[in-house]
Design a protein around this ligand. Structure first.
Ligand SMILES: C[S@@+](CC[C@H](N)C(=O)[O-])C[C@H]1O[C@@H](n2cnc3c(N)ncnc32)[C@H](O)[C@@H]1O
Length: 231
């Protein structure tokens, strides 16, 4: 059975850092923002409520997009936030129309942070921003046997964004506590789900993922939002 992603990601992570991100992006009521792979709409709702900006969220999973719409409606933000159910890689973006393009935890839609920067750049106006959330390795070289998964150390990750025509103007890095909170939400969701349907193979994979987190991801892997201003 495929990994039940929608179960593991059932409870959206609430990141206080999104407010700081809004200030790095210089958001205001005049800003037009695209939120690629917006998930259940957490960052979009926080930013629209705080800054009054207009946000279009694009999410491929219909269940997540519906949850995002419900969240936006419950917060009274229908006039500011629109959620589209679509593959972000396939949407047409008008040139130079965005004040900010967000891609938080989904650079894989295009590939690496460099690919995501290159894909979003034409739609961002000169002087506008991208904000891309991407993992990076805290230690380098990696211990034997750890798969680099295409990620690189912090400075090189920032360099990948800068190499696509953005000056790095902000960095919002997750702490170990943030990582633990994000992983804990997955563990709780998986434990509850597996309790209702004994599945030895999935149970073993869930335990393996948790063990991998302790052995390699928690001590070695970081995650940060890289904010870049288009020249
Ligand atoms: C790690 S979550 C991040 C969610 C959100 N950006 C946040 O920071 O809370 C990645 C999201 O990307 C969505 N996704 C994956 N591929 C996508 C695609 N091609 N187009 C749009 N959304 C996609 C997933 O469904 C998931 O909601």
């Amino acid at each position: 059975m495929d990994w039940p992603y929608e179960v593991a990601e059932r409870d959206p992570d609430e990141r206080g850092e999104d407010l700081l991100l809004g200030s790095y992006l210089q958001l205001s009521a005049e800003s037009r923002v695209l939120d690629v792979a917006c998930g259940k709409g957490g960052p979009a709702a926080i930013l629209a409520a705080a800054y009054g900006c207009r946000i279009t969220g694009v999410e491929i999973r219909p269940g997540f997009a519906d949850a995002a719409r419900e969240r936006v409606a419950a917060a009274g933000l229908d006039g500011l936030v629109e959620i589209q159910t679509a593959d972000a890689a396939a949407i047409e973006l008008e040139a130079s129309t965005l004040d900010a393009a967000l891609c938080l935890g989904a650079a894989f839609v295009w590939g690496s942070i460099a690919d995501a920067s290159a894909a979003l750049r034409p739609a961002v106006r000169p002087g506008g921003f991208v904000a891309i959330g991407e993992p990076f390795w805290r230690r380098w070289p990696l211990p034997d046997g750890v798969d680099p998964e295409g990620y690189v150390p912090l400075a090189e990750t920032a360099g990948r964004l800068e190499g696509e025509g953005f000056a790095l103007t902000g960095l919002v890095a997750a702490s170990e506590d943030d990582w633990d909170r994000y992983e804990s939400l997955h563990w709780r969701a998986m434990e509850e789900w597996l309790a209702g349907r004994p599945d030895e193979e999935l149970c073993a994979r869930h335990e393996q993922r948790r063990a991998d987190y302790f052995c390699s991801r928690r001590p070695l892997l970081g995650w940060a939002i890289f904010v870049g201003r288009k020249a």
